[in-house]
Design a protein around this ligand. Structure first.
Ligand code: ZN
Length: 268
C-alpha cells in the first residue's frame, strides 16, 4: 500500500450558473468549474474513477455549458502525459453516470467496470429533471436503447462497454481504497477515500460536494435526486474526513483545483 499513487487527470472545464452550483443560494452568474478523473495506481491494479466529459457530446447537447478541453485534457491525452494508454487501465469505476463523469468510458471496452447497482437503471429511466444529467449514454447499450438514443451507440465499443458489476453500500476496491456511499446527488452516488503509506488519506467528495464552500455551507448543487439524502451525505463526508484526518478534495472547485497536482505530479 505504501506505493499507492493518485494522479488527477485534468479533463477541462464547463460553465454553470451560480444558482445551479449553489442550489437556491447562488449568487448567480457564470461559474467555470474543472472536471477531472482520478487514477489510482495500486499494487492490485490501475483503477480509474470517472472518465470526464466528451467534448462533442457537450457541444451537441449542452453547448451552454461552454466546454473547454484541450487534447491533453481528453482521457487518452491525459493518460499519454503519464506514458499510459487506455488499455493499461484495469478497472473503471463510475461515481455516477452524469455526462461529465462517464464521457470517456468508451475508451475502456477491455476494462472491468463497476458502479452502484441503481445507476444504470436510473440512466435508463431518469426522473424528468435528470434528463440532461444522464444525457451521454454511450457507456451503455441498455441505456442508449432505453432512451431511444441509438445514435450514441458506437459500433464495437458500446456493447463491449456495457457490462457493469453493480455494487451497493461502502465497498473496498483495493486495500485502502474505499468507495463511500453518498446518495442524494444521484441515486447511487459514490465518493472515494484513498489511504497511503506515508501521507494522510484523501477523501474525494466527488459530486456530494462540488466545492469546499458547498460542504462548509451544506449547500448542494441544483442537480440531485434527493436533496435531504444529499445533506446527510455531506454530513457523512465531513465526519469521515474528521475521523480519518483526511484531506478533502472537491470535484468542481476551480479555486482549489488550481492548487491540486495534475499532469505527471501525483499524491502518494
Ligand atoms: Zn453529477
Amino acid at each position: 500500500m505504501s506505493d499507492t499513487k493518485v494522479y488527477l487527470l485534468d479533463g477541462g472545464s464547463l460553465v454553470l450558473d451560480g444558482y445551479h452550483v449553489y442550489w437556491n443560494r447562488g449568487p448567480g452568474g457564470e461559474v467555470r468549474f474543472p472536471v477531472y478523473s482520478i487514477l489510482v495506481e495500486h499494487a492490485e491494479g490501475r483503477f480509474l474513477i470517472d472518465t470526464g466529459f466528451d467534448y462533442d457530446h457537450v457541444m451537441k447537447v449542452l453547448p451552454f455549458e461552454k466546454p473547454i478541453q484541450s487534447k491533453d485534457q481528453t482521457i487518452p491525452g491525459a493518460l499519454a502525459l503519464l506514458g499510459l494508454e487506455p488499455k493499461d487501465i484495469d478497472v473503471v469505476v463510475n461515481s455516477h453516470f452524469h455526462f461529465d463523469h462517464c464521457g470517456g468510458n468508451k475508451y475502456f471496452p477491455h476494462a472491468k467496470k463497476i458502479c452502484h447497482k441503481s445507476e444504470v437503471p436510473q440512466a435508463c429511466n431518469p426522473q424528468p429533471f435528470e434528463h440532461l444529467g444522464y444525457s451521454d449514454l454511450s457507456f451503455s447499450l441498455e441505456a442508449a436503447e432505453a432512451r431511444g438514443a441509438t445514435e450514441q451507440i458506437m459500433e464495437g465499443t458500446t456493447r463491449a462497454n456495457s457490462t457493469f458489476e453493480g455494487i451497493d453500500g461502502d465497498v473496498e476496491l483495493a486495500k485502502g481504497v474505499k468507495l463511500i456511499s453518498t446518495p442524494g446527488h444521484s441515486i447511487g452516488h459514490y465518493s472515494l477515500m484513498v489511504n497511503f503509506g506515508k501521507r494522510k488519506p484523501i477523501l474525494f467528495t466527488i459530486d456530494a460536494a462540488y466545492t469546499q464552500k458547498s460542504l462548509e455551507t451544506l449547500c448542494q448543487a441544483a442537480f440531485h435526486i434527493d436533496p435531504v439524502a444529499g445533506v446527510e451525505s455531506m454530513h457523512r463526508v465531513r465526519k469521515l474526513a474528521e475521523d480519518n484526518d483526511a484531506e478533502l478534495m472537491y470535484s468542481h472547485d476551480m479555486e482549489n483545483f488550481k492548487t491540486y497536482q495534475t499532469g505527471t505530479r501525483f499524491y502518494g
